[in-house]
Design a protein. Structure first.
Lengths: 114, 113
């Protein structure tokens, strides 16, 4: 157990819908990362937050957004869902952002868009 | 941006054999190279990492080598065991980019008992 929690574990929804994925980092970690893992694209970095502020952005679609709250948990919002958004979404946390520090991954949320 | 190539995509070995996974990177500014192991249905977990000021690092049966000039790095697993079966990902990251890793596509290692 990495200490990073993610909910829900599984999510099945229809095209056009909006979902929210939640992540709680390890105790003491200030930095949160979101990744998308799909069979054809591998593990792709989406976005990073550090102590409530956006720190780095990767290949995140405009339909996706994220935020980190004062208690350091983070949410990834996916809207106008398409079939191609079906993937495993991982959250990871690290103690700091100045790095490199080990990133601890959560168990992931499997999103299925039908 | 950074591009990481990883080979082979699948590696099948007999228990007790050695396994080698190779990665190349494109950005000469990258200086941190972690390796992750992901068992089926589980999360990626860091197994070893290396920084560019070091050429080799070992941890029991696992070793990583880095050739900065050629921009490639490799994972070596000796005396493989069935529990080593998993997908292994290499990654490269650089300062100034929050050390965000760019991952290779992964190698599925299968160790036959």
């Amino acid at each position: 157990d990495s200490g990073v929690t993610q909910t829900p574990k599984h999510l099945i929804t229809a095209t056009g819908q909006r979902v929210t994925l939640r992540c709680s980092p390890r105790s003491g970690d200030l930095s949160v990362y979101w990744y998308q893992q799909s069979l054809d694209q591998g593990l792709q970095f989406l976005i990073q937050y550090y102590n409530g502020e956006e720190r780095a952005k990767g290949n995140i679609l405009e339909r996706f957004s994220a935020q980190q709250f004062p208690d350091l948990h983070s949410e990834l919002n996916l809207s106008s869902l398409e079939l191609g958004d079906s993937a495993l979404y991982f959250c990871a946390s690290s103690v700091d952002a100045s790095g490199p520090y080990e990133q601890y991954f959560g168990p992931g949320t499997r999103l299925t868009v039908t | 941006g950074e591009n990481v190539e990883q080979h082979p995509s699948t590696l099948s070995v007999q228990e007790g054999d050695s396994a080698v996974i190779k990665c190349t990177y494109s950005d000469s500014a990258s200086n941190y190279f972690p390796w992750y192991k992901q068992e089926l249905g589980k999360r990626p977990q860091l197994i070893i990492d290396i920084r560019s000021n070091v050429g080799e690092k070992k941890d029991q049966r696992i070793a990583v080598t880095l050739n900065k000039t050629a921009k490639h790095f490799s994972l070596h697993i000796t005396e493989t065991q069935p529990e080593d079966s998993a997908v292994y990902f290499c990654a490269a990251s650089r300062p100034g980019g929050s050390y965000i890793p760019t991952f290779g596509r992964g190698t599925s290692l299968i160790v036959h008992p």
